[in-house]
Structures are given as structure tokens and as C-alpha cells.
Design a protein around this ligand. Structure first.
Ligand code: 9D3
Length: 245
């Protein structure tokens, strides 16, 4: 997959993407990232890319022409490539959207700064607008990094064997169960006995019960409209009994 990022702080996105799973995916040729700075498309001595908003008000607006030129260069000779603008006014990204985006051969991401980008370049050059949630960021770079991370880890071969196995978890769509590692006792608190038992069937059932219980407590919205099988129903009932007791 090819992902081109257009924005004023390419080093921020690149730094993040050179780490961990996304960094390894780049080394393996699973994803090719390129960066395009609108500042490189202006001629004046100060390399101006922003100006005051028509109509007045606070802040600055990214100018249409440098952004349009950066997008055109990023897109190159690929008319089918969609341009995604990271914007607080976009549709909120979720797992399903990530899977859809991961199925595309290429993406151009536009990260804004200041109050946003001149509306005319959005109309002319942007195909989709995506938000990463209802809170205010200082610009689109952090959102672009989030989108890239979520998409790239879905590409075939991006995850190591252990990570992939964990992804096809029996508890997909539920919150994770609690994790423990050495030492066996830390500041007076012991690891749950079941995890030391070596009884894999009991461990699996305990983890599934914890996943169901945590999801019920913290994210009941994830359980709505979801069919639990007989075992899951029994385990969640057990959790509720213990929680109420
Ligand atoms: C006062 C109106 N603000 C809009 C809610 C202005 C404004 C806030 C933050 C304009 C731009 C930004 C910068 N944010 C992003 O570029 C952004 C973002 C976000 O702030 N939250 C969630 N997702 C995203 S994607 C891009």
C-alpha cells in the first residue's frame, strides 16, 4: 500500500511511523510512505502558507494553492487514489472504516493546521473527511499518524506471528482481559491463582469471563446488538453474580 501524507509537519508523522509495527511494515515493503510539505510549493522568501480568514475572527487559514499543489504532486499519475482530509468535522473513524481503508491500494492524507484549510481546496481536491474523535487536536498530523497505524497493522504480513494470533482472538469486539507478568507477588498483590494453574481450559474461560465482564461494565454499547453464545452468556452471568456480591 502507498500512503502519501500532505502537511506542514511531516517529521512528526514520519517519526511516529518509523517505530514499531509501522516501521517494520515499511522495511518489509508492506507500506510505502511519502511526505509532501505545502511549504515546498511556495516561492516567496518567507515561504508563506497561511493567511488571515476572510470575514475576520481568530487564527489563520492554510492557503489553497500550496495545499492543492502538494496534493497534486502526492497523487501523481493515480486518478483513482482518494484524498482523505483529517478534520474535526469528518466522520469518526472506527474499526469498520479502518478495514475499508486498508483494502485500498493507495491513500493521500491531508493534515491541516491552524483553523483549517481554505474550503475551495477541500471542494476541489478532497474526497473524504475523517475525524479520530470528539476532542480538539492542534492539527491533523496526530490524526494522520493514528489512521496510518490502525490501517497498516491490518495489512497482510504487518503483524508478527504472535500479534496476528492475538488478533483472531476468541474475544474479538470485546475489551481485553487483564494481563500479569513476573513477579508472582508485587507489593502484596498476587497474580490470580487460575493463571498459575497451568489448566488451559480454566484460563481461557477466566479470560473470556473477564473480557465479557469488563465490556459489560465499561462499554455496554459494545454488547448491544451482539449475540452471545451459551458459554459467553453463562460466563457473563457468573461475572455479574460476583460483581453484585
Ligand atoms: C473552534 C473550532 N475548532 C473546530 C472544532 C477549530 C479547530 C480545532 C482543531 C480547527 C482545527 C483543529 C485541528 N484538528 C484537526 O486537524 C483534526 C482533528 C481534531 O481536532 N479532533 C479529532 N480528529 C481530528 S482529525 C484532524
Amino acid at each position: 500500500m502507498a500512503i502519501d501524507v500532505v502537511g506542514l509537519f511531516p517529521e512528526a508523522v514520519r517519526g511516529f511511523c518509523d517505530c514499531g509495527i509501522v516501521g517494520r511494515a515499511q522495511q518489509f515493503g508492506i507500506v510505502a510512505l511519502r511526505f509532501w510539505n505545502p511549504r515546498d510549493f511556495v516561492q516567496d522568501k518567507r515561504r508563506t502558507v497561511d493567511d488571515r480568514p476572510y470575514g475576520g475572527g481568530p487564527g489563520m487559514v492554510l492557503m489553497a494553492e500550496p495545499v492543492a499543489q502538494a496534493i497534486e504532486q502526492a497523487r501523481g499519475d493515480r486518478p483513482e487514489t482518494r484524498v482523505l482530509y483529517l478534520s474535526p468535522a469528518g466522520r469518526v473513524l472506527d474499526h469498520e472504516a479502518v478495514m475499508t481503508l486498508a483494502a485500498r491500494p493507495s491513500l493521500v492524507l491531508l493534515a491541516g493546521r491552524y483553523e483549517g484549510v481554505d474550503e475551495r481546496v477541500i471542494r476541489a481536491a478532497v474526497d473524504e473527511e475523517w475525524s479520530i474523535g470528539d476532542y480538539v487536536l492542534s492539527g491533523g498530523e496526530a490524526a494522520a499518524a493514528v489512521l496510518i497505524d490502525a490501517v497498516v497493522r491490518q495489512l497482510p504480513g504487518a503483524l508478527g506471528h504472535e500479534d496476528s494470533a492475538r488478533e483472531d482472538s476468541f474475544a474479538a469486539g470485546l475489551l481485553d482481559y487483564p494481563h500479569y507478568t513476573r513477579p508472582e507477588e508485587w507489593r502484596g498483590e498476587r497474580v490470580p491463582e487460575v493463571l498459575m494453574s497451568g489448566d488451559h481450559a480454566r484460563i481461557r474461560a477466566w479470560r473470556l469471563r473477564e473480557s465479557l465482564g469488563r465490556t459489560w461494565l465499561r462499554r455496554p454499547d459494545l454488547l448491544e446488538g451482539r449475540e452471545l453464545d451459551a458459554e459467553q452468556t453463562r460466563l457473563l452471568e457468573e461475572f455479574k453474580q460476583e460483581y453484585r456480591g
